[in-house]
Design a protein around this ligand. Structure first.
Ligand code: FAD
Length: 448
């Protein structure tokens, strides 16, 4: 019998769920339903305003679906009839399903600030027309204020500055930008780099109001400071888009997203969920959490797509692995920071090591690469890692994520067998990963 799979959502999670379903169920009828005509590469959005140049150059081509024999419907799913196994759309269609993957993503958080509705105040929406409008305003702007110093806010700051002659100020509530994902030293390193690149960072300050007549004129901070602005970008995070799931009476964690089991099944066994709309579990505490990353959403989608008609894969918990870069400085973080672990009451030991990423260090293009590893003191288990350096940071932090996922201990990592090459890596003597672990092993032994 032909199997009918409907995927609600055409972002990274929806596309990946559909492609995975095609791989596992070659004879299934698979359809992606999404609201927008064109899908942006979401992680590329900040780069539209500098390096890439326009939303049209930052699109996921629909051929990724058509070449996998996946149908596409541009429409909005408005309701489900779970008994009849059908869903209804805004354009009046009724579609039958055997299995559904919910991949409805997330929407930007808009803070309840006075003046947030003024002209030239933008949230980061994954919407081509909206971003074209933002681009037009940016081209004329002289003073850009970004509220929120997380990785999205900082990427916007750097790219807008790169592509335009304007003053850029980032307002961050916490004592440092990126503090939710990196420890203080790493945050300071990034802030210093951004300051060198002409960006004004106001950390430890709270925006109180966005002020202007019709359009924004300045942002007022709680300390009374007024920061001139003819464009404001809100980069304070996202919330899972769970309206449809709630209307469908699926179980939902209010803030973290749709509840799924280890096999990405929702409370209805015919409906799976993946991506930003889904709650994940913290890899250490097991409590529901939300990790809005395309990388993790596609992992969940690979599990959902494979499990639709028989359980094959498991997704136990989210580690949260991210990386970004500003000019020649790249940073990455995986798992918990030392600060977050301590706030959770976990006794930790950290090891840090840095060295040139080629050897000898005079090799052309060599850059300092530093690694910090955070271990649980009781067990020696790796629970977090951070990296700074050049282009190798992206894959290095992914590797650290894999070590966390596979529950490696400090003593195991310190004797990890690596391959090294003068042009490609640090020297085997100075290899940062094993040395950071070795330093932690020494600290762990000292305490015994
Ligand atoms: C500026 C920016 C930079 C980012 N950078 C990175 C990065 O570097 N690395 C990284 O891993 N992550 C990054 N992220 C996060 C990443 O974009 C998200 O994690 C990712 O988009 C989630 O994918 P998704 O498919 O779950 O949801 P979304 O991309 O939000 O897609 C949701 C889809 O669901 C559709 N939809 C919703 N409701 C309905 C409905 N009722 N009917 C039909 N369709 C519906 C929408 O139309 C859309 O197609 C970034 C995000 C932003 C905004």
């Amino acid at each position: 019998m032909e199997k009918n799979v409907l995927v609600v959502g055409g972002g990274p999670a929806g596309i990946t769920a559909a492609i995975t379903a095609r791989r596992y169920y070659p004879n299934a009828e698979i359809t992606v339903i999404r609201k927008e005509e064109k899908v942006l590469i979401p992680c590329g959005i900040p780069y539209i305003f500098g390096t890439v140049g326009s939303p049209e150059k930052d699109l996921i081509p629909d051929t990724v679906l058509s070449k996998n024999n996946i149908h596409l419907i541009i429409d909005e799913v408005t309701s489900f009839n779970r008994t009849a196994k059908t869903l209804a759309t805004a354009k009046g269609k009724t579609l039958r399903y055997d299995r559904v993957v919910m991949a409805t993503g997330s929407v930007p958080l808009v803070p309840p600030l006075p003046g947030v509705e003024l002209n030239n105040v933008f949230a980061v929406k994954k919407d081509v027309k909206y971003l074209e409008k933002l681009s037009e305003v940016l081209d004329k702007a002289k003073n850009l204020v970004i509220i929120g110093g997380g990785f999205i806010g900082l990427e916007f700051a750097d790219e807008c500055k790169k592509g335009h002659d304007l003053n850029v100020t980032v307002i961050e509530l916490l004592p440092h930008c990126l503090l939710l994902t990196c420890d203080e030293q790493m945050c300071i390193r990034v802030e210093k780099k951004l300051s060198e690149r002409g960006i004004n960072i106001l950390a430890g300050r709270k925006a109180k109001a966005i002020v202007g007549e019709e359009s924004v004129q300045y942002v007022e901070l709680e300390n009374g400071q007024k920061v001139k602005a003819d464009l404001v970008i809100l980069g304070i995070g996202v919330r899972p888009n769970v309206e449809l799931a709630l209307n469908t009476e699926l179980e939902v964690h209010e803030k973290q997203g749709i509840r799924v089991d280890d096999f990405t099944r929702t409370s209805d066994e015919n409906i799976f969920a993946a991506g930003d709309c889904t709650a994940t579990r913290c890899f250490l505490s097991g409590s529901p959490t939300t990790i809005g990353l395309a990388s993790m959403g596609t992992t969940e989608a690979r599990v959902a797509g494979a499990n639709l008609f028989g359980i094959r894969r498991r997704f136990e918990c989210g580690i949260g692995i991210f990386s970004t870069c500003f000019g020649d400085l790249a940073v990455g973080s995986a798992g918990l920071t030392e600060r977050a672990a301590k706030e959770m009451g976990i006794d930790v030991v950290a090891g840090e090591a840095s060295a040139a990423d080629k050897h000898p260090g005079c090799m052309p293009g060599a850059k300092e690469l530093g690694i910090k590893l955070v271990f649980e003191r009781d067990t020696g288990l790796l629970i977090g890692g951070q990296v700074y350096g050049g282009a190798t940071v992206g894959e290095k932090i992914n590797f650290i994520g894999a070590l966390i996922q596979h529950k490696m201990r400090a003593d195991e990592i310190s004797t990890f067998q690596m391959g090294t090459h003068p042009m490609l890596t640090a020297s085997p003597i100075a290899y940062q990963l094993v040395n950071a672990a070795e330093i932690a092993v020494t600290k762990l032994r000292e305490k015994k």
